[in-house]
Design a protein around this ligand. Structure first.
Ligand SMILES: [Zn+2]
Length: 414
């Protein structure tokens, strides 16, 4: 099946050609484009960073109640410096002002519920006022960062020495589409490159995943058409590839727009099929095994050391052996049932309440409450590391600064 069209919306065969070929000169070691010295790479915009972060931590993975993404700021504003922090609070905006950052990237969102008014009389209002006055944008990656592959829970599991990790949360179906598009032979690479660049084709840790099969497309151009192949009003047949790839729901519009732009036909035949598949590499929490079984007390000491904690709370016999461990950064007590179901010896999380601790003790599941802050603060260093790598790959000249001044609101008194 296939439908052909004209030679492109601009009347040229294929895509628009630039009005003048790009000329690059080398002179005394400096690179010149159109005679102008390329002294600086193109500055990054807030929108570039939003795109990059949404690619790494797809917003489609976030909980329905969550509010992730750009909280405040102009997508067109230039960014030279980023501040990464746990909480989007006034302290973070003040630190961004101090270090000259134009974008704050936080884990916990600044805006949780719709605003009834915007005045600087409460903490959220003061933070918003200060950010807007200082032209500082705020972006948050929250439950999408928790669920993502190579996200917060993978970092926490790796820090505690867990191997062969899987998401603790049951797989969530949906959130993906299959794109099927019919492309004349010879144009398949161009179309695939375009959709891959827009976020299609990612399967776990593999990218550029697709399938193609060759067949025969048939079509007849109606009145006023200018087919790319053949003549209007005549039955035509041509060799076409059926290309198939997977697209996250959050990237669907962008992928389709890029596909249409790269496709040579006037009328493109394509299908978007919602998928019931679930991904095995994303979800809340992680469960894995320690390289060797150790006592709960020894493991608790490791957690305290690795997460740089003054103290933590423990449920269970300190002498019991621990091998299979579940983790969930932040408030993960709701994962207690899943940890039990999957046979974990111990769950490491924060914000555990009395009756949850009581239930775990009765069910013989050890608990380590390392605190909400304690199990999430590592995102500052880990996210910064990945951002620096991703920015370097994209040649975006942005400096990433880690915020170290934020503290756990709880203090230990002995
Ligand atoms: Zn949290």
């Amino acid at each position: 099946m296939g439908m052909c069209g004209d030679r492109g919306r601009n009347g040229q065969r294929g895509k628009a050609a630039s009005t003048e070929p790009t000329r690059v000169y080398r002179e005394t070691g400096a690179l010149f484009l159109f005679g102008a010295p390329m002294t600086k790479p193109k500055p990054a915009r807030v929108a570039d960073l939003v795109g990059l972060l949404n690619h790494l931590y797809p917003p489609a993975l976030a909980e329905d109640w969550d509010n992730v993404g750009l909280q405040v700021g102009d997508p067109a504003a230039a960014v030279e410096r980023i501040l990464v922090c746990l909480d989007a609070e006034e302290l973070a905006v003040a630190e961004a002002e101090r270090v000259g950052a134009q974008l704050v990237i936080s884990h916990h969102p600044l805006l949780h519920r719709p605003l009834q008014h915007l005045t600087p009389v409460d903490a959220v209002g003061r933070t918003l006022f200060r950010a807007i006055r200082a032209d500082i944008a705020v972006f948050s990656a929250h439950t999408n960062l928790d669920r993502a592959a190579d996200g917060l829970n993978d970092w926490l599991a790796a820090r505690l020495g867990l191997d062969a990790c899987q998401p603790l949360e049951k797989p969530q179906p949906g959130g993906f589409y299959k794109l099927v598009v019919f492309v004349p032979r010879g144009h398949e690479t161009e179309v695939l490159d375009a959709v891959f660049a827009a976020g299609a084709g990612q399967v776990g840790r593999y990218d550029r995943c697709s399938f193609r099969s060759l067949g025969t497309g048939s079509f007849r151009g109606g009145k006023g058409t200018d087919p790319f192949i053949g003549q209007p009003g005549k039955n035509e047949e041509t060799e076409e590839f059926r290309l198939e790839t997977i697209v996250p729901a959050a990237q669907l519009n962008k992928v389709v727009a890029r596909m249409l732009k790269a496709h040579p036909y006037e009328e493109v035949a394509y299908d978007l099929l919602p998928l019931a598949n679930s991904r095995s590499d994303v979800g809340l929490g992680r469960i894995g095994r320690l390289a060797a079984a150790i006592d709960l007390q020894q493991f608790a000491a490791r957690v305290r050391e690795q997460l740089h904690l003054e103290a933590l709370r423990l449920v269970g016999d300190p002498g019991r052996r621990i091998s299979k461990v579940a983790v969930c950064g932040g408030s993960g007590a709701s994962m207690l049932g899943e940890a039990l179901r999957q046979g974990a010896d111990c769950l490491v999380t924060g914000d555990i309440r009395y009756h949850e601790a009581q239930r775990a003790r009765a069910e013989n599941l050890a608990l380590i409450d390392a605190g909400h802050f304690g199990t999430e603060q590592l995102m500052v260093a880990e996210l910064s590391l990945r951002l620096r790598q991703a920015l370097a790959e994209r040649q975006l000249p942005v400096e990433v600064i880690e915020m170290t001044a934020q503290q756990d609101p709880f203090v230990v008194v002995c």
